[in-house]
Design a binder for this molecule. Structure first.
Ligand code: B12
Ligand code: SF4
Length: 475
């Protein structure tokens, strides 16, 4: 909240909380541990507990390495966190806090798994952090959820394994629509009518008939809100099909503006390898259907480099990204992060343990050309300002065009900008790959493309300054 770790440690000085909780995904593990150390130094009596997707899978390793962390609660914690507080206040033995990992007699103990909380029974999310954001004038992303869990088991994703931390396979659970709407109203009370609400559901269209029925009911309840609410959700690509299109159209009318769509790869071989149970064609069809409904897809889930990608896979990826309008620097360089608990991490690592902070890119890219390409791109990370700038524009253009918020004249100019950027980036990527295949430094074509794209961005910005803002332009 605009505080760095040192600032947060200074902020708590003089207080005496019983317990501080820190959330921890893989990407913020280093930061979270640094915070735990600082808080422990500032408040030696306070117990520090971590939870979240990453530490839930490495409790023994993290507690063995980090003395500043006292506890880890595994999985969803609405039931287990109050139980831990009870225990710290002497109301129940520590061994009875389900889901808890802790140190005892120089060893790490793992208690029985906690049951997964029922989503009709958990209280409305606390909004005190948003209140502090509002007080300090800090922008905050408004989030809500209408379901939790995923019925699929893609090999790189830890969602299914996260459900299993509760002792049995927990796949998908809906939150009753009336509670979802109550959560949204609570958010509005604190934040006012902010931008779109971001639904954190893994897949807003849950499985089968039950999933569609739930999404319809949530959409119908949102449609009643006054003033209307705009919202953003995530879909699996195969969830967009002839059965779901009427539901998505109704969600659009209720305020759905944009979707995060998991495409992941343009190579069918890689999709199969990742256990996506999707075809490239399904991804394309989903994207087309959403755009026809006026729902933007400003972001797609995409993994350019996987451990065993070949140059042919990279080419198929670049071609799909170009075709879908998502050929941007972040996606060109996106490398699969390996997370503990996933099936892929077992396949790639066997029994090797890189330590709690060593996952992510703990593997080598097997194909030498692909490896050369990845390091070549990493080396120019700081010199591709033009491509990065274009990335922001491409996402905004997707939103404006799909949502129909610009007139025909501007639409033509935006589409032309998009086409030129995509063509140039694609050609440059292919050129770079060719150089990598010849054993040369692959950076030159992409650097050159970035310089040209920077100029096009400047021209676009001048045009947009002239028409004030898309939506008002009528040319
Ligand atoms: C929203 C979201 C984002 C947003 C965050 C915006 C925001 N301000 O909230 C954005 C888009 C920025 C984002 C970015 C990224 N994300 Co993200 N994101 C999510 C998502 C969809 C929802 C998170 C959420 O709010 N869930 C709802 C709450 C209720 O669940 P929860 O956070 O898990 O919390 C529960 C438990 O984990 C536990 N818990 C959590 N914290 C704590 C703390 C304590 C003390 C305790 C006791 C318990 C506890 O209790 C909570 C209640 O039950 C999840 C997937 C998912 N559906 O959960 C991925 C997810 C968290 N993201 C993930 C990833 C990989 C990323 C990125 C690396 C993607 C990328 N390649 O750039 C970045 C990195 C961000 C970073 N620096 O860490 C992974 C993390 C995997 C891992 N093992 O670490 C997830 C799990 C998706 C996945 N399955 O791959 N993300
Ligand atoms: S990647 Fe998406 S569809 Fe696959 S298991 Fe994870 S949340 Fe489910």
């Amino acid at each position: 909240m605009s505080q760095d770790n040192a600032g947060l440690a200074a902020l708590v000085q003089g207080s005496d909380p019983l317990l501080i909780g820190i959330t921890c995904t893989y990407d913020n593990y280093g930061l979270a541990i640094d915070l735990a150390k600082r808080l422990k130094a500032a408040l030696p009596r306070t117990r520090i507990c971590m939870g979240g997707h990453h530490v839930s899978f490495v409790p023994t390793e993290a507690l063995s390495q980090e003395a500043s962390v006292d506890f880890i609660l595994r999985g969803e914690a609405e039931l287990s966190l109050p139980a831990l507080v009870d225990s710290l206040q002497g109301r129940r033995p520590i061994q009875e806090v389900a889901g808890l990992a802790y140190r005892q007699d120089h060893a790490v103990r793992l208690n029985e798994p906690a049951p997964a909380p029922a989503l009709d029974a958990i209280p409305a999310p606390a909004l005190d952090t948003y209140e502090v954001c509002v007080d300090r004038g800090v922008a905050a992303l408004a989030t809500a959820h209408a379901s939790r869990g995923c019925h699929m088991s893609c090999s790189f994703c830890d969602c299914m394994a996260f459900g299993r931390l509760h002792g049995r396979s927990i796949r998908w659970r809906p939150r009753p629509p009336n509670l979802v709407v109550q959560d949204l109203l609570n958010l509005r009370r604190v934040l006012g009518e902010t931008g779109p609400v971001y639904f954190t559901d893994e897949n807003f269209l849950g499985p089968g008939q039950a999933g569609l029925k739930h999404a319809s009911a949530v959409g119908a309840a949102i449609a009643e809100l006054q003033p209307p609410l705009q919202f953003h959700v995530s879909f699996r690509a195969d969830a967009v099909n002839r059965h779901s299109l009427p539901v998505i159209a109704a969600l659009r009318r209720a305020g759905l503006r944009s979707v995060f769509l998991g495409l992941e790869s343009g190579s069918q071989r890689i999709l199969d390898r990742l256990g996506k149970r999707l075809s490239v064609r399904q991804g394309l069809a989903a994207l087309g259907a959403l755009r026809r409904l006026g729902v933007a897809v400003p972001e797609v889930g995409f993994i350019m480099f996987t451990p065993d990608s070949t140059p042919r896979d990279l080419l198929a990826n670049a071609a799909l990204l170009r075709r879908t309008g998502h050929l941007t620097w972040s996606r060109l360089t996106q490398r699969l992060e390996l997370f503990p608990g996933t099936q892929l991490s077992q396949e790639v690592m066997g029994g090797r343990d890189p330590g709690p902070g060593g996952w992510g890119y703990c593997y080598s890219l097997q194909h030498p050309v692909v490896g050369r390409m990845a390091s070549g791109l990493a080396a120019i990370e700081d010199r591709v300002g033009g491509l990065r700038r274009a990335e922001g524009w491409l996402a905004r253009i997707e939103l404006w065009i799909s949502n129909g918020s610009c007139g025909a004249g501007l639409r033509r100019r935006l589409s032309s900008f998009r086409r030129r950027v995509l063509r140039l980036t694609y050609d440059a990527f292919v050129g770079s790959l060719r150089m990598a295949a010849m054993g040369q430094d692959p950076s030159h074509p992409l650097l050159e493309a970035s310089h040209r794209v920077a100029k096009w961005c400047e021209e676009l910005e001048l045009i947009l300054a002239d028409v004030a803002s898309p939506g008002r332009e009528t040319a």
